[in-house]
Design a protein around this ligand. Structure first.
Ligand code: SF4
Length: 428
């Protein structure tokens, strides 16, 4: 078996792909190698698709993940591939969360269209295949579940949500709990259903070493799922949420010892004042594993503006140390997003990632803001607009009443303080 990236850096070698990644990130390659060796950063890619990689973790820019995929109600491969192209433009990773149509064909088409590392949740397919072939979602056996994982790895999937930390005991406690919403994780709930039906322990938990072997073979990244993440702000950091995180931390340490790259997912709906310490707690418990945050969403009432509410939580989480932000769209909690809504969500989270990086990385991120501000102060419209996050949209807003005839914009026109201040300065 070829050496994994973790084994290589632990043996003191820095592979060319890691050197290239360090250049792309503007960081020292030895520092990046040390972070990967220690499990504080991961290189997300599958050896079968080595040209599509991104690095996530300590000392690196905050990344954005774009979810897409069919539902049981809406299967439109063309629309999903359009979402892939939007993700290519705005995201750093994407996840195919399809649960409707021919799942193998959709996944392969998504991987072919993507310029980014692709993630999946293999439990979906095990459950859905079982439902279609056997009449019940929980009728698959452990080997069938692991076969799906391997099929995804063979196709080049670079990271997968594996809900290994939800034990049968925790699942039963969650179902009996007084939470407002007991379980909101789709894949997590499928596994909970499997455990109850089969009266067995979670196969990913019971056979964690088997999971590690598979991911090691393809040098892909395990994304530790959070089946019991809070789906209501009132449920955040309850006994179940924290207990699953503790279990995840134990599994992360076993993965790290085995030389397998792992990041941790969390935490869903969390009030704003709990976000910073949530990030610190997760990092402390896992020895600094990369944190892949779902939002977090600091209020339950914002739909259809959850992309805005989520970006507020994500900016705070990112500034506190979260590494990969899973976007939310205006359709969150209401329906399957359209390509347009995918784009709105991706842009909101791209902004959140940069806001986080201004705090996390300082000058490395802020020089972009300074450049824009200098052009703005000089009313150099074309230069300023060309450097904005979305120049096309910015230009259309700037010219929405026709291209301004004055040097200021159509807001203050000739009374633009940036114009007047220059004349005032001349009079001194
Ligand atoms: S005209 Fe007003 S809004 Fe427009 S650039 Fe000048 S100060 Fe800003």
């Amino acid at each position: 078996m070829a050496r994994t990236i973790v084994e290589e850096v632990r043996e003191g070698r820095i592979p060319d792909e890691l050197k290239a990644m360090a250049r792309r990130e503007g960081v020292d390659e030895r520092r990046l190698a040390r972070a990967i060796a220690a499990g504080r950063a991961v290189l997300i890619r599958n050896v079968k698709v080595p040209d599509r990689a991104t690095a996530v973790g300590s000392g690196l820019t905050t990344k954005v993940n774009v979810n897409l995929g069919t539902s049981s109600e809406v299967v439109d491969l063309g629309a999903e591939l359009e979402k892939v192209r939007i993700a290519n433009k705005w995201g750093d990773t994407l996840m195919d969360l399809s649960v409707g149509g021919d799942l193998d064909a959709i996944r392969r088409a998504v991987i072919a269209e993507s310029k980014l590392p692709v993630g999946t949740v293999p439990t979906y397919q095990a459950f859905i295949d079982s439902f279609k072939k056997k009449g019940g979602g929980a009728y698959f056996d452990e080997d069938e579940l692991f076969d799906v994982v391997e099929r995804h790895l063979k196709d080049g999937v670079a990271f997968m949500t594996i809900h290994a930390a939800v034990t049968r005991d925790l699942a039963i406690k969650a179902l009996k709990s007084e939470r407002i919403i007991q379980v909101v994780s789709r894949g997590g709930d499928m596994l909970i259903g499997w455990m109850l039906h089969n009266k067995k322990e979670n196969p990913f938990y019971a056979q964690w070493d088997r999971v590690l072997e598979l991911f090691k073979e393809y040098d892909a990244v395990i994304s530790m799922g959070d089946a019991l993440r809070p789906g209501a702000t009132a449920d955040s950091h309850d006994e179940l949420h924290v207990a699953e995180l503790l279990e995840a931390a134990r599994l992360v340490k076993r993965a790290r010892r085995a030389g397998v790259q792992v990041m941790v997912e969390g935490p869903g709906h969390v009030p704003l004042d709990e976000i910073v310490w949530d990030v610190k707690l997760m990092k402390k418990l896992t020895g600094g594993a990369p944190y892949y945050v779902l939002g977090p969403l600091p209020t339950d009432v914002a739909a259809p503006y959850d992309h805005i509410a989520g970006a507020i939580g994500a900016a705070l989480a990112g500034a506190a140390g979260a590494d990969l932000l899973c976007y939310l769209t205006p359709a969150e909690h209401l329906g399957l997003p359209t390509p347009k809504q995918v784009e709105e969500g991706a842009i909101a989270f791209r902004i959140a990632a940069h806001v986080a990086d201004m705090v996390k990385l300082g000058r490395r991120a802020r020089s972009w803001d300074d450049e824009v501000s200098k052009y703005r102060g000089e009313l150099m419209w074309r230069e300023m607009i060309s450097k904005l996050i979305d120049p096309e949209r910015a230009w259309s807003v700037y010219t929405q009443y026709g291209e301004p005839k004055v040097r200021g914009c159509t807001m203050c026109g000739g009374y633009c303080p940036m114009l007047m201040v220059k004349q005032q300065a001349k009079s001194l």
